[in-house]
Design a protein around this ligand. Structure first.
Ligand code: NAD
Length: 469
């Protein structure tokens, strides 16, 4: 059985303990991943701290070229890494699956390699000149979730490295292997200590985020963990970029042509079997359009094969882990128990954490499947009478990551879009992120943004040089 390793100071390390990782579609063992101790966290942070000053003193041009080389490594190894993602995380190779995740990793690495943050004159008159320089923050702790394990790790580590920080990354304990392999490969083109890993569960995440030598925390995961990390950061006063859960609403404007938007709505909701932070998790449809919309979504669902993602024909995989599988099942059972219409589509394999594609009708705000983040392949479809009601419903939760408005024309959707409380409101698309466009949550979905120039700023420390003339 293969054992996978952390990388610290450019070297593969041995851990005292390990856990076995299984394919969520087939229950086949994939190998052993390290389980670290708090002492291992100290060693990884020490390695990152040791490397940071010399990495920060490398020229900006050289760092840009190094990041471009990382993009090439990701591209060269994308077949290997997408195979690992599918076997470990479950999303299929095909469609918007693991190959798509690897393309995103390449894109989100190429873009920062081309971006610059030059010094900026923020004030000047006859007597003084004030220049803002962007300095690296130091050692960045990056904590990743299990749904898009490589893509989200890349979002965290690439801007940090680009701006002269060094990183200790902790992958999710559910999906460590593909990430550890990606970091091993990236290290081929990085100086030792710039990118390190530790592995384990929340205990190791807590040791890392509360470590006195951490200068910045990048966290993507649940709201509950985000709140713990804020407390942990009182030990080091590290600023945090918090990308937390979402419960995105989509509003379909009255009279929208259902056949034109059904496919976009479907994948907006069922991308990665719904295990995506900015997925449609509640769909609000005018009562007059309800039947035709449900039928149109059912048609797309019927044409979506669910199964082992290593089979090129499948477009949807399993839930990634038993905890998530049980949670989604429980929410659907709750809706069933409350008399909702449960519409299940497709044949699912008998092994693995598979659930059918599920549309849930005759459901209202206040029911668990609507108000709680399901993070799985079950979409509640809620009838509304007036647009004002739909907007009030969309805004009634504390989660506010994304939202979308769907209409026959973008103009028709605009004023409704402006009323929605979310970090991003999409029109006639959902979850359409881009490496140049800032992305982050409002309200309980977190704070700070990633991507583009704003994302680079978030991993720097402003330093003002103030000159008397
Ligand atoms: P999670 O919070 O359970 O775990 C995320 C990571 O935090 C894991 O690596 C875990 O080991 C670590 N962790 C757990 N306890 C910790 C602690 N006390 N200190 C430090 N680290 C700790 O989340 P998850 O179940 O892996 O991910 C699913 C959640 O993430 C969903 O709510 C989803 O919406 C959200 N998410 C958000 C975004 C976004 O960009 N906003 C993206 C993807 C996922």
């Amino acid at each position: 059985m293969q054992t996978y390793h952390n990388t610290v100071s450019g070297k593969q390390t041995e851990a005292k303990e390990h856990q076995e990782i299984f394919n969520p579609a087939t229950a086949v063992s994939l190998g052993m991943a390290p389980l670290n101790s708090e002492h291992d966290v100290d060693l990884a942070v020490e390695a990152a701290k040791h490397a940071q000053k010399s990495w920060a003193s490398v020229s900006d041009q050289e760092r840009r070229e190094t990041v471009a080389r990382i993009a090439q490594v990701l591209e060269d190894n994308s077949a290997y890494l997408s195979g690992l993602i599918t076997q470990e995380q479950g999303k299929p190779l095909s469609g918007p699956g693991s190959r798509f995740e690897m393309q995103a990793c390449v894109g989100w690495t190429q873009v920062p390699s081309k971006l610059e943050l030059p010094p900026e004159i923020v004030y000047e008159d006859d007597e003084r000149k004030d220049v803002l320089y962007r300095q690296p923050q130091g050692v960045v702790a990056a904590i990743a979730p299990w749904n898009w394990p490589l893509m989200i790790a890349i979002w965290q580590i690439i801007p940090a490295i680009r701006m002269g920080n060094t990183v200790v990354l902790k992958p999710s304990e559910y999906t460590p292997i593909a990430t550890l392999e990606m970091v091993r490969l990236i290290n081929q083109v990085l100086p030792a200590g710039v990118l390190n890993t530790v592995s384990g569960d929340g205990r190791i995440g807590a040791a890392l985020t509360s470590h006195p030598d951490i200068n910045k925390i990048m966290f993507t995961g649940s709201e509950a963990t985000g709140r713990r990390i804020i407390v942990a950061s009182s030990k080091n006063l590290a600023p945090i970029t918090l990308e937390l859960g979402g419960n995105d609403a989509a509003i379909l404007m009255p009279g929208t042509d259902a056949s034109a938007v059904a496919e976009g709505l479907f994948w907006g909701a069922f991308l990665n079997a719904g295990q995506t932070c900015a997925c449609i998790k509640r769909l609000y449809v005018h009562e007059d359009d309800y039947d035709v919309v449900v039928a149109a979504l059912g048609n797309v669902a019927r044409q979506t094969p669910v199964g082992d993602g290593m089979d090129e024909g499948n477009l949807m995989g399993p839930l990634q882990n038993k905890m998530q599988y049980q949670k989604v099942k429980e929410l659907v059972d709750d809706a069933r128990g409350n008399g909702c219409d449960i519409m299940e589509f497709g044949d699912i394999p008998s092994t693995g954490y598979f659930l059918p594609i599920t549309l849930v009708g005759n459901i209202r705000d206040g029911q668990r499947l609507v108000d709680e983040e399901q993070f799985g392949p079950a979409l509640p479809i809620i009838r509304y009478q007036t647009l004002d009601d739909a907007v009030a419903s969309a805004n009634h939760l504390s989660a506010a990551l994304g939202a979308s408005v769907w209409a026959n024309s973008a103009e028709e959707a605009e004023s409704t879009a402006l009323q929605l409380e979310a970090g991003t409101v999409w029109i006639n698309q959902h979850g359409a992120i881009h490496p140049m466009v800032p992305f982050g949550g409002n309200k309980a979905s977190g704070y700070g943004v990633e991507f583009g120039i704003e994302g680079l700023k978030a991993v720097t420390q402003p330093r003002i040089i103030s000159i008397k003339k």
